[in-house]
Design a protein around this ligand. Structure first.
Ligand SMILES: Nc1ncnc2c1ncn2[C@@H]1O[C@H](COP(=O)(O)OP(=O)(O)OP(=O)(O)O)[C@@H](O)[C@H]1O
Length: 208
């Protein structure tokens, strides 16, 4: 049996007094891809934030990489969360953002040149991220996430803004990450992406 990377059960979250997650849970092993699905407001993003240690649940038990998730440097060395668009550094180009990620995270799964090629950003390398289209910026966010070493990817609607061809490429990229032993948990509305990655589905239902 592969190493258990996430074990979460009985997770309960209330936001502003309203129940958002009730008895939610999932288990993910090394090398697995999970797709968290459910209607708008079902609590997918909230569950990802709980797994990332950014939101402590009211009840329930969450273990990530053998311990409770904590918003701390050692934890973030192994885990990447791609959610809302990050704040881009003023004055730095696409290529420089990738270089920064590589330097800060010491080494990486991809070189900057490989990341530019895989994420089809070569022709945009010298532009500011703010000059990119929505889908190109999402590709840069994903490139920065996949370039650095990690054991767990938490992706909130990674398909956001991506065209159909790049969604296929993303499936191949995530399959490669999982083949290398990484674990992916993605909240998604794209069942084709879930199918193409042979993801195990975890369905959330709105708690309220
Ligand atoms: N600060 C808050 N106060 C009250 N309710 C909140 C707050 N933040 C989020 N919620 C509610 O929590 C619920 C879950 O939100 P969440 O973003 O986790 O859903 P989701 O499944 O990711 O939705 P989507 O598919 O639209 O991205 C929503 O009904 C939302 O309105």
């Amino acid at each position: 049996m592969s190493e258990v990377i996430i074990a979460a059960r009985g997770v309960e979250v209330r936001l502003g007094g309203t129940p958002v997650l009730r008895d939610a849970g999932l288990v993910a092993a090394a090398g697995e891809i999970l797709a968290v699905v459910g209607e708008n407001g079902a609590g997918k993003s909230t569950l990802l934030r709980c797994l990332a240690g950014l939101h402590p649940p009211l009840r329930g038990r969450i273990e990530v990489l053998g311990g409770p998730p904590v918003d701390a440097a050692a934890f973030w060395k192994q885990i990447v969360l791609v959610g809302d668009e990050p704040a881009w550094y003023p004055g730095l180009s696409v290529e420089e953002h990738l270089e920064l990620a590589r330097v800060v995270h010491r080494g990486g799964r991809l070189t900057v040149a490989e990341a530019l090629e895989v994420f089809e950003l070569g022709g945009r390398a010298n532009l500011s991220p703010l000059s990119l289209s929505t889908g190109q910026r999402q590709r840069l966010s994903l490139a920065m996430a996949l370039l650095r070493p990690s054991r767990l990817l938490l992706l909130d609607e990674p398909e956001r803004g991506l065209d159909a061809a790049f969604r296929e490429r993303l499936a191949a990229i995530l399959n490669g990450y999982a083949r290398d032993g990484g674990t992916v948990v993605m909240a998604t509305h794209d069942l084709r992406l879930a199918t193409a990655t042979q993801a195990r589905l975890v369905t959330l239902e709105a708690a309220a």
